[in-house]
Design a protein around this ligand. Sequence first.
Ligand SMILES: Nc1ncnc2c1ncn2[C@@H]1O[C@H](COP(=O)(O)OP(=O)(O)O)[C@@H](O)[C@H]1O
Ligand SMILES: [Mg+2]
Length: 407
Amino acid sequence: MNSFLWAVVSVLFLGAAWFAWRYYDLKRRVDEYARLARIAPDHLPTDLKQIENLSNAIASLKTTFDQQLADLDSENARLSTVLEQLTDGVLIVDTNGLIQFANPAAQKLFETPSVTGHSVTEIVRNHQLVEAWRRCQQTREVQSESVELPARRQFLQLIAIPDTHASGSLLLVQDLTRVRRLETVRRDFISNVSHELRTPLASLKALTETLQSGALADPEAGPRFLGRINTEVDALTQMAQELLDLSRIESGQVELLLAPLAPKGLILSAADRMRMQAERAGLKLSLHYDEDLPNIRADKSRLEQVLVNLIHNAVKFTKPGGEISLEAESGEGGVRFAVRDTGVGIPAESLTRIFERFYRVDRSRTGSGTGLGLSISKHIIEAHGGRIWAESEEGRGSVFQFIIPVQ
Ligand SMILES: Nc1ncnc2c1ncn2[C@@H]1O[C@H](COP(=O)(O)OP(=O)(O)O)[C@@H](O)[C@H]1O
Ligand SMILES: [Mg+2]
């Protein structure tokens, strides 16, 4: 009996000891696993005896996590790129009116390098725009406002959108300065064109009415009036052509065929085209150029058009007996061309304006002409990466110069 009791006790003891050992061994493995998970989460063993089930589950959990993190990262990167490239300013503002985020465009628009952390009032610095943001905060509805900032010569539009996740708001700021300016230019342009059309059309109307009321039968007046009609129609045709040229150039539809070009050849062919006209107007046309000028990078027919425009003006504004000289020499940043005349000259206050569309110094003295030639020329020269300007002394003559970069 006694020995039976002993046997039971020893079996129980051995059993307890075995379980205790299993428990400590398992705890040691789990602890070791936890330690590894902390220091090297990327290299966790998955084949640990007795806890392989747990380690496998954690490993697959981690894979899922990693995937989601990578997805989030790329999403984040995409969003930042969009925000960075956006030309509209984006500001995120919290309930207290403090800016939490601003993209580079917003910093540029408000001319402040560090926008975040500052208040809307401090950065926006415009009462109406700040009011729009306030209204959005109070009503939780989208608000928009546009203002002109004369000090900064800017026209800004602000759209305040309530943030649905937090109680702040999102501000979108657009710079409408360019759009506004284009609108004004377009309006001016249309009114200029209609004005320019009215004069020749009124003459045409008067001439045809005179012909209708009997002048047609008059052997002397009839042909004279028809001749004047012809001249007016020519002027209108030229204007239509120049307007078309200008609109093509301004809308970027004209592609320059840039190729190496010898300045001498350009000058010779422009002079050839205009020599007859100059001689008929009693003017002497002379050429001056260096023989060893470098080639320029240019569209020959377009540049020739510029020279012809300039020579044509010189012919128009120089009295018989005068002189026109066509020059080319090496200049700063390229080859400098000049068309010099001994004509009526241009008053100082008009010198900067003659390149504007439709600008003519004195409409009465010009006779024919639309005032578009120089504006077209300026576009062509600038499309070549060059620069054009005029100097003049009233009553003594003018010189128009432009520089075209060399090859
Ligand atoms: N060589 C010049 N001498 C004097 N005035 C000039 C000369 N070239 C241009 N201008 C002035 O500049 C204005 C604009 O010239 P342009 O654009 O060629 O138009 P347009 O020749 O049709 O009048 C002319 O109307 C004239 O008043
Ligand atoms: Mg002209």
